[in-house]
Design a protein around this ligand. Structure first.
Ligand code: PLP
Length: 358
């Protein structure tokens, strides 16, 4: 039996994709082997590598003046890669809206004059700070934001105006969940394991004018240009997760693309938030206008009840609902592959639990 997995990542994959992968596991398209076993220089993988790039470009409407690479190391490796790839003045501004943006900022600080332009840490990251162009230094190499804050359940609902300073966005927990105007960014990046594929592949989208600004000491493997010049095949890529990404992109295209996905995601999030807001038992502490549609943290009236909730939900096949230790309580991550039925089942359980424990 398949459970509903509300994990913040790795997370659920679409059932159709898992079934397709299962069917192709022993013999991928007549190759007599699985994608896990085959050469990344084979004609089979070459087709995967081409399609995955073209599909993502289509799904996100990535303009021609951007390159897309599929690399290893997770989003966390990009925290370090960013200041080494765009190192013109070795100064940049970070907006701190949670744990991951803070980690990105800490990595950059090793390399030069990196400042926090704004932060929402004063209220335990329950909101997105108001951002204005004059908060950023005009000679900064870039401004870095984390678009959806996985742990705290906040997201940007508009793209900040940084003037001529390139904007960099960490999309790890929201890529392909809502329409985003790529042309407003210099660089976008995301690990795959929340909305796209199993862990292993990381997507980086880089505008062409930002590809030659790297620090001369930037390690070859961290340099975006290395993989851009080699179509992500400079070294052995994470073939299997890239192949699953290709299948997820096919699934998403068949569904109608990101616009349709966004509608479904908004509907799922609304079911959950509406229920929480109408309940006197559960609370979500995030500023309403900044609420994430991917990660929904909530608490019951006590620590004991939170623990009981998580344990009893698991028995009903509603898994991994424990909140992050920095927030406590519960967190329901409802990424693209979480069916609406999963959210409805969660709400039914929440009702029952409230009645039994009020
Ligand atoms: C999960 C996550 C990361 C870390 O990703 P890894 O691939 O584990 O390095 C970074 N940023 C955000 C927003 C995330 O949700």
């Amino acid at each position: 039996m398949r459970n509903y997995n509300f994990s913040a990542g790795p997370s659920m994959l679409p059932l159709e994709v898992l079934e397709k992968v299962q069917a192709q596991l022993l013999d991928y398209e007549g190759s007599g082997m699985s994608v896990m076993e085959m050469s990344h220089r084979s004609k089979y993988y070459d087709a995967i590598n081409n399609e995955v790039e073209a599909s993502l470009r289509e799904l996100m409407h990535v303009p021609d003046n951007y390159d897309i690479i599929f690399v290893q190391g997770g989003a966390s490796t990009q925290f370090e890669a960013i200041p080494l790839n765009i190192a013109k003045n070795k100064k940049a501004d970070y907006v701190i809206t949670g744990n991951f943006s803070k980690k990105a900022y800490k990595e950059a600080q090793k390399y030069g004059d990196y400042k926090a332009a704004a932060s929402s840490e004063d209220k335990n990251f329950t909101y997105i700070p108001e951002l204005k162009r004059d908060m950023f230094r005009p000679d900064a190499d870039y401004v870095h934001i984390c678009y959806n804050n996985t742990i705290f359940g906040t997201r940007y609902t508009s793209i900040p105006d940084t003037g001529n300073v390139p904007l960099i966005g960490d999309l790890s927990s929201c890529i392909l969940s809502e329409e985003i105007d790529v042309s407003k960014f210099g660089v976008l990046y995301a690990g795959a394991q929340k909305n796209i594929a199993p862990a292993g592949v990381t997507i980086v989208i880089v505008r062409k004018d930002l590809q030659e600004l790297f620090d001369p000491l930037c390690p070859t493997m961290l340099k975006w240009k290395t993989q851009i010049d080699n179509k992500s095949l400079y070294n052995t890529p994470p073939c299997f997760s890239t192949y699953v990404a290709m299948e997820v992109f096919r699934w998403l295209k068949a569904l109608g693309g990101v616009k349709v996905m966004q509608k479904i995601n908004e509907e799922k999030a609304k079911i959950l938030y509406d229920f929480i807001d109408n309940s006197s038992f559960y609370t979500n502490k995030v500023n309403k206008k900044d609420r994430s549609i991917m990660n929904v943290p909530f608490v019951s009236p006590s620590e004991e009840l939170n623990a009981k909730f998580v344990a009893e939900a698991a028995k009903e096949g509603l898994l991994t609902l424990k909140g992050h230790k920095l927030v406590g309580g519960m967190r329901a991550s409802i990424y693209n592959a979480m069916p609406i039925e999963g959210v409805k089942k969660l709400v039914e359980f929440m009702k029952k639990f409230e009645m039994e424990n009020k």
